[in-house]
Design a protein around this ligand. Sequence first.
Ligand code: GLN
Length: 224
Amino acid sequence: MDESAEAKNDHIGILNLQGGIVEHQDHMMRLGVACVPVRRKQDLVGLAGLIIPGGESTCLGRLIRNAGLDREICEAYEEGLQLWGTCAGAILLAQHVNNDAPHLGLIDITISRNAFGSQLASFHEEIRIPELAAESIPLTFIRAPKITKVGSDVTALGRIDDCIIAAETENILVTVFHPELTSSLAFHRHFAHKCGLTTDCDGKSSLIDPHWSPYSWTRQYQQR
Ligand code: GLN
């Protein structure tokens, strides 16, 4: 990424402390959107948006605080940075965490950790969200939380039974599943659009990438 690109807020960052990172980068690459790893506060400069990936929220929260990034992320958000939390990332962004303390506390949702059961109860589902894609969107849930309540400024984007699995405000997106582990680019395109970015898939109604495989992310290591 050259300096002129950084100055234009035309790329997305992925928090690179713990959890799924290269999988998100691979999805953004498929959309033609630059996505850079973020470990230090100077990495936040010039970002249009930041993805906080899935992983383990207690661990990730501690690593963010130790790196001094909690205050920096909140400040960048106040200045217009778009945020997307997937799974543990959604827990980090929630204002209310049942039976736990909040971390960044930036979106008015109440979330319950591990609410679908243990790691062994991980599952795959498909839902339709016509605003995001014409076809059903595949979703992978791994020891996922449930969003049990949203504030009046939060829009629920998707539900399974009685729980909300994706929600957003104007500047924050939260998903309790892992879109980066499926062939669908729908949520990544949606986040790029929230960040004010165009993608190579704009105007397409199908966001399923037929060239994606569960091992696609390894090509980033093969290229090194
Ligand atoms: N169960 C994890 C937590 O509570 C989240 C799991 C995930 O990100 N896939 O932090």
